[in-house]
Design a protein around this ligand. Structure first.
Ligand code: GTP
Ligand code: MG
Length: 452
């Protein structure tokens, strides 16, 4: 009922999967937008957030969803690029994503970033469903725009059905290899023990009603108790992105996963050097169904409640870090809140050694992911930081005792011109890549070559 809905937190749904498997297109279908088309090379470079109200969900799900069955206000979708920043989103202050959709292209099946995503979901014990996407590409498929998937499957030829089933069972097999008992969603009785696979086409919308229904059911059943949190309390969130906004200077795009944030609140934000304490100047909310990443017409609001994407304008945000925590102080002790933020930042701090490579990355989450990848292959790190590659980073790399450590690994950041020049001058090798395992692989190949 309405009273209850008011105190329930909007569940956060993370959409993840291998690059190009259709995460953004699937969200586009749900929100009726074309974000994917506007992306450079149709590649998602940043994490996005979109609020999808219950009314939209029930409209799309048609007869599969009766809105009066639900007392959740809707869903907040988090779009992730391929995989790399997902750990940022999962991070800090408990599970940011309550549930997840793992998108798998039925043609490609499991790919490296699908594997990585499954590992993250397993580690964080996040309930998820699988969207087996691009069913429309099965040769001979007859599209049925926007209809439930079983209805559409029945209308396909025997051969097409067989072909699709084979691919779906391939995906179910891969999930089983990762210790997840999975089945077609309509055969799953208990989503707590089994992963439901929903065949969909983000292009034609087939299966999207099913996907939304299963998601709402999952959120309702397993999240409700946890959602009954105090949405009036001082807000907690995570920085998605730090960026300029016309008329507001440096702002942070954040996901608020707990409590509220108000226009007159004092906040503490994790910064490059130290936590930043500042006063909110304005709260800008993307409209429902608008992607925070691309929305131009933010609405200025006095207050935002979890879960929501919000752009926060405040002085002194230049050193805020993507992936860092944000806390509202309100009537709490400021010192305590700062200590909390410091503690959380310390938890994600990367262990460094006396000797090793220098790592720079775009977010705390990606830094963490690279550090753990390097750790797996016994490559030590001497310095790990968020931000573009600057001359001082080159200076650190240059002092390495071993030649193989005179390098910089740069993930999804810019290399400043003077840093580039200095690196050339000092013979410091800079590796750049926007796929973590490729970055590490390239460096490993370089070391192998050197030791040959
Ligand atoms: P990253 O964000 O870069 O990881 O990719 P993504 O998973 O968001 O993929 P995106 O939505 O950008 O889609 C990649 C390509 O696949 C685009 O050209 C889409 O048009 C296409 N595509 C996505 N879903 C479908 C589908 O269901 N059917 C067909 N035929 N094409 C699809
Ligand atoms: Mg995308």
């Amino acid at each position: 009922d309405a009273d209850e809905a008011a105190t329930l937190r909007t569940p956060i749904v993370a959409v993840l999967g291998h690059v190009d498997h259709g995460k953004t297109t699937l969200l586009d279908k749900i929100r009726g937008s074309a974000v994917s088309e506007g992306e450079a090379g149709a590649i998602t470079q940043h994490i996005g957030a979109t609020a999808v109200p219950l009314s939209t969900i029930s409209e799309m799900a048609g007869e599969l969803v009766d809105p009066t069955d639900f007392d959740l206000p809707g869903l907040l979708y988090i779009d992730t690029p391929g995989h790399h920043s997902f750990s940022t989103l999962r991070s800090r202050g408990g599970a940011l994503a309550d549930i997840a959709v793992l998108v798998v292209d039925v043609n490609d099946g499991f790919q490296p970033q699908t594997e990585e995503a499954v590992d993250i979901l397993k580690r964080t014990q996040t309930p998820f469903i699988v969207a087996a996407n691009k069913v429309d590409t099965v040769p001979g498929w007859n599209p049925n725009e926007g209809v439930p998937i079983q209805e559409s499957m029945e209308q396909q030829s025997e051969r097409v059905q067989g072909d699709l089933n084979e691919r779906l069972y391939g995906i179910i097999g891969e999930l089983s290899d990762h210790d997840f008992a999975a089945d077609m969603y309509w055969r799953v009785q208990n989503f707590q023990n089994n992963v439901g696979v929903v065949p969909v086409s983000a292009m034609t919308g087939e299966g999207v009603p099913d996907l939304l229904t299963v998601l709402m059911g999952l959120s309702q059943r397993y999240m409700k108790d946890e959602m009954q949190i105090d949405v009036e309390g001082p807000g907690a969130g995570t920085v998605l992105e730090v960026k300029e906004a016309q008329g507001f200077g440096t702002t942070v795009d954040a996901v608020l996963y707990d409590g509220t944030i108000r226009e007159d609140d004092e906040i503490v934000v994790g910064g490059l050097e130290a936590p930043i304490t500042t006063d909110v100047r304005a709260l800008l909310q993307p409209k429902p169904l608008e992607e925070i990443r691309t929305d131009q017409a933010f609405e200025k609001v006095p207050e935002v409640s979890a879960a929501a994407g919000v752009k926060i304008a405040a002085p002194d945000l230049d050193d805020a870090m993507a992936g860092a925590p944000i806390r509202v102080v309100r009537n709490r002790d400021r010192g305590r809140v700062i200590a909390d933020v410091e503690e959380e930042l310390a938890e994600i701090e990367v262990t460094t050694e006396e000797q090793g490579v220098v790592v720079k990355a775009d977010t705390l989450g990606s830094l963490e992911a690279i550090a753990s990848t390097l750790d797996e292959v016994d490559i030590p790190i001497v310095r790990a930081e968020v931000g573009d590659v600057a001359p001082r980073d080159v200076r650190v790399a240059e002092t390495a005792e071993e030649e193989k450590h005179e390098v910089l690994l740069a993930f999804s950041v810019d290399v400043l011109d003077d840093a580039k020049r200095l690196a050339e001058q000092e013979g410091v090798r800079i590796f750049e890549h926007d796929v973590i395992y490729r970055l590490v692989e390239e460096y490993e190949e370089y070391v192998e070559e050197m030791e040959r």
